[in-house]
Every structure is written in structure tokens, then in C-alpha cells.
Design a protein around this ligand. Structure first.
Ligand code: PBG
Ligand code: ZN
Length: 321
């Protein structure tokens, strides 16, 4: 046979495969999401997310030791509480669950990057990400409260505030408010292209943030749309976002690619709870090789163009890389 081109030559052994590998994972680009609860001495596994825990702030410190020793540069904090009201006051309470933890975090781990998810849904009785009137989520009144939450978390020590609400104009309003308060060094990571997705299911179970009526399609994006993601990202960059995010990750690799090619800011991708729990569940049943499936899917997110990967697998990956 006169076959001239033989691509298999570069696959003949592990050493040559290593040499020609195009995508590598590094612990430097991982962010580990963490759920914080009120109380003391709590480290309780989340039923819908095996291997992920609720932490009270005292136990959180021990967890952060581990995160730090694994070399993971930062964490993304979520507050979980049963103190809820119709305007989500817990989100902008200076003594709220995240704010209290942040003060302690920053004192004990001054180098680590603390990102605070900024939204109302974990704190509203109706579970929506904003203020509800007549069954609708109002934009501007919601932005006002989102800004308060961002200020309160930045003030408590968050290095990065990450609005995940998808209200219009919130990035610009947060930037102005931070700057007006002398918090010019605090960065904004905007959940810019955040799709209305079934893959947030395990998270909503964990945070008790499932909407009591309706759904989030009035503010989160329609998964049929691509150009809309580019518009959302452009707006957030123009309003002052330092990092933009695509979420979820695995069903949106095309969006990650488009965004990372077109814009010149760091692109984060959020490998969300449903993407995590699907692999965990299949692995528990012995239907899938967990390590291989995780490495393959997170590498795909990296290959698509994400520079920062937010994933519940961060600790495991840090050990495997
Ligand atoms: C809050 C928020 C959600 C997630 C991150 N921030 C849930 C939602 O929008 O319903 C999802 C994270 C995950 O599924 O891992 N707005
Ligand atoms: Zn929300």
C-alpha cells in the first residue's frame, strides 16, 4: 500500500502524544464553588451533589486549607439560608451568611481569590432572581438590590463580585457603585451569557432557590440563541465587566468558542451542578469511569476557549492534573 500520510505516527506512544498535545489543564485556571450555611460545626453533604458539602464558616476554614494546599487559586461563594423574604434582604445584609464568612476568609487566607455570587434567588421567598410584582420580575428595582448585595460583599472582603441575576444594566450600576465607594480594585465577573437551563437542577435543590412559580426564561437566555450571547457579552464588557462568563459549559461549547475568539477579556465557563451530578450519578452506578469522563469534559471546555473554569470537580482535578 502506498499510504503517504499516516497521522497515527504521532499517536504511537504516550511520550509522543504528550509532545503533540494541544490542550493542557492547569490548576491555575480552576475555581471551586462552595456553599455556606449559618451555624457552627456543619459539614453536610448535599444530596443532589455527591461529594459537595454545605459548610458553616468555622468548617469552611478547614476546607480552604485544603483548597489552598491543592493550589486552587480561588473559590466562588454561595449563601444558603432559610431566612427568606420577598425582597431577598439576606443578600445585602452586612451580617448575612456570605458577608460573615468573607470577613473570616479574607483574614485567614489573604492571598486566595474570593468570588461572591451576587443574586437574590437564594434569599427570596419566591425564589426568583429579582423583585416580583404581578408575577413579573422587575428589572430596575432588582438592579438596585443587586447593587446593594455586590457592595455589601465587596465591603466584606470579596475580591470579585459575580452577578448571576441576568438583569439589564446591572454590571454598569455595580461598577459605578463600587467606584463611588472607593472599591476600585474589586473586579466584576459577569454571568453574561447565562442560559435558562435544566442543568441548574441540583444547585436549586441545594440552595432551595427553585422559583415558586413560573421559570427564569423572562431573564435568563433562550438556549436556541447564539448571537444574543454575543450581544450580552458586549454589553457587559462595555459596562465594565473584567471577566465574562458562559454558563452552563458543556452544552454551550460553541458559545465559549465564539465569545473567546471575538472578545479580549478573560472568559470563564461554569461547569454547572447538573453537569457535575450526571457524571457522579453514572459513576456511582459503575456506568462511567469518573476520572476519564471528568478529564475529557473539562478539557473540552478548555479546548473551546475558556481560560477560567468554575467546577465542582476542581479539587479532584487538582489531584489528577
Ligand atoms: C443564582 C445561580 C444559579 C447558579 C449559579 N448562580 C442558579 C440559577 O440561576 O437558578 C447555578 C449553578 C449551578 O447549577 O451549578 N442565580
Ligand atoms: Zn438567581
Amino acid at each position: 500500500m502506498d499510504i503517504i500520510k499516516r497521522p497515527r505516527r504521532l499517536r504511537t506512544g504516550e511520550w509522543i502524544r504528550r509532545l503533540v498535545r494541544e490542550t493542557r489543564l492547569s490548576v491555575d485556571e480552576l475555581i471551586y464553588p462552595i456553599f455556606i450555611v449559618e451555624g457552627e460545626g456543619i459539614k453536610r453533604e448535599i444530596p443532589s451533589m455527591p461529594g459537595v458539602y454545605y459548610f458553616s464558616s468555622d468548617c469552611l476554614m478547614r476546607e480552604l486549607e485544603e483548597v489552598q494546599s491543592l493550589g486552587i487559586p480561588g473559590v466562588l461563594l454561595f449563601g444558603v439560608t432559610d431566612k427568606k423574604d420577598d425582597v431577598g434582604s439576606g443578600a445585602y445584609d452586612d451580617n448575612g451568611v456570605v458577608q460573615t464568612a468573607l470577613k473570616q476568609c479574607k483574614r485567614n487566607f489573604p492571598q486566595m481569590i474570593f468570588m461572591a455570587d451576587i443574586c437574590l434567588c437564594e434569599y427570596t421567598s419566591h425564589g426568583h432572581c429579582g423583585v416580583v410584582r404581578d408575577g413579573h420580575v422587575l428589572n430596575d428595582p432588582s438592579v438596585e438590590l443587586i447593587v446593594k448585595a455586590a457592595l455589601s460583599c465587596a465591603d466584606a472582603g470579596a475580591d470579585v463580585v459575580a452577578p448571576s441575576d441576568m438583569m439589564d444594566g446591572r454590571v454598569g450600576e455595580i461598577r459605578k457603585a463600587l467606584d463611588r465607594n472607593g472599591l476600585t480594585d474589586k473586579a466584576i465577573m459577569a454571568y453574561s451569557a447565562k442560559y435558562s437551563s435544566a442543568f441548574y437542577g441540583p444547585f436549586r435543590d441545594a440552595a432551595g432557590s427553585k422559583p415558586a412559580f413560573g421559570d427564569r426564561r423572562g431573564y435568563q437566555m433562550d438556549f436556541c440563541n447564539r448571537k444574543e450571547a454575543l450581544r450580552e457579552v458586549r454589553l457587559d464588557i462595555d459596562e465594565g465587566a473584567d471577566i465574562i462568563m458562559v454558563k452552563p459549559a458543556l452544552a454551550y461549547l460553541d458559545i465559549i468558542r465564539d465569545v473567546s475568539e471575538r472578545f479580549d477579556v478573560p472568559v470563564a465557563a461554569y461547569n454547572v451542578s447538573g453537569e457535575y451530578s450526571m457524571i457522579k450519578a453514572a459513576a456511582q452506578k459503575g456506568w462511567i469511569d469518573e476520572r476519564a469522563a471528568v478529564t475529557e469534559s473539562v478539557t473540552a471546555i478548555r479546548r473551546a476557549g475558556a481560560g477560567i473554569i468554575i467546577t465542582y470537580f476542581a479539587k479532584q482535578l487538582a489531584q489528577w492534573i
